[in-house]
Design a protein around this ligand. Structure first.
Ligand SMILES: [Zn+2]
Length: 280
């Protein structure tokens, strides 16, 4: 059996899969205290109950070569700079692996659409990110950051991106961007569709900016990778139907492309599923 975790900015999701890849259990909690103490106790609790042979982790931050390389808001404890496989072997005598959440999601999406040989995964949730898989090969780049479309330059913003960069796409088209722009303009908490339907010019502008960002993400990924399909996922894309419609319209304008845009069929389980496909 496999034990998998999906580590977000504030939440930690745990799943257990049987040998056929089906979920036996999934639960989720707020991260309290340091990450390694929390992980150690959850792993110990799970292996006491199930015969776990592998531990896979999807991580909402930068990972390189099975190590967490950047996690600005998470207290990592002894996981900082550690090789995750060595850590799980030393602590629990079990093989493990860790990868960036978009890379995990892309592995799961590609497995779910095995007939698509060139697939770009575009997720719009807290952030906006992508990953490209061609003929089963995940394109990683030099530091595992290939496809991170949230950090291409886009329209001017009065605040910095979470990566420290100026005018990143993620500062215009992501859940975090909606929150930052609402705060900046002093708008009350509203969803993307509520902002779009508003009569207030500033609210409408926040939504329009978001949609222009979706256009940019779709047309840029189509031009750079020439995918057969783009699979759209992430909390904002899944909950807001207008994002799929907008992405499909943008795909029709993409460069010499017949790319289709489809919504994820994996809901919020893609990261956990992808974590179970990592190699330890
Ligand atoms: Zn950025």
């Amino acid at each position: 059996m496999k034990l998998v975790f999906d580590i977000g900015a504030t939440r930690l999701k745990r799943g257990v899969l049987d040998d056929r890849g089906g979920f036996v259990s999934i639960d989720d909690r707020l991260i309290q205290g340091d990450l390694q103490t929390e992980l150690k106790s959850l792993i110990a609790e799970t292996i006491a109950k199930y015969p776990i042979g592998f531990i896979g982790v999807s991580f909402a931050g930068q990972t390189t070569d099975n190590k967490i390389s950047s996690a600005p808001n998470i207290d990592l404890g002894e996981l900082k700079g550690a090789d995750f496989t060595e850590w799980t072997r030393r602590r629990f005598s079990i093989n493990g692996a860790i990868d960036n959440d978009l890379k995990c999601a892309a592995l799961a999406e590609a497995a779910d659409r095995s007939q698509v040989s060139a697939l770009f995964t575009l997720y719009i949730g807290t952030g906006i990110g992508g990953a490209y898989i061609e003929n089963g090969v995940l394109i990683r780049g030099a530091n595992n950051n290939a496809g991170e479309i949230g950090h291409i330059p886009f329209e001017k913003t009065p605040f910095l991106c979470g990566c420290g960069g100026e005018d990143c796409l993620e500062s215009s088209a992501s859940g975090t961007a909606l929150r930052k722009w609402r705060d900046y303009y002093g708008l009350q908490e509203r969803t993307l569709s509520e902002l779009n339907a508003s009569n207030e010019p500033k609210a409408k502008e926040v939504a329009s900016r978001f949609y222009r960002g979706v256009d940019r993400a779709v047309r840029t990924s189509a031009a750079l990778f020439n995918p057969q399909a783009i699979v759209l996922g992430g909390g904002v894309a899944v909950s807001e139907k207008s994002v799929l419609a907008r992405a499909r319209a943008a795909a029709n304008n993409a460069f010499r492309s017949a790319v289709t845009v489809e919504l994820t069929r994996l809901g919020d389980k893609a990261n956990l599923l992808g974590a179970s496909m990592l190699q330890g």
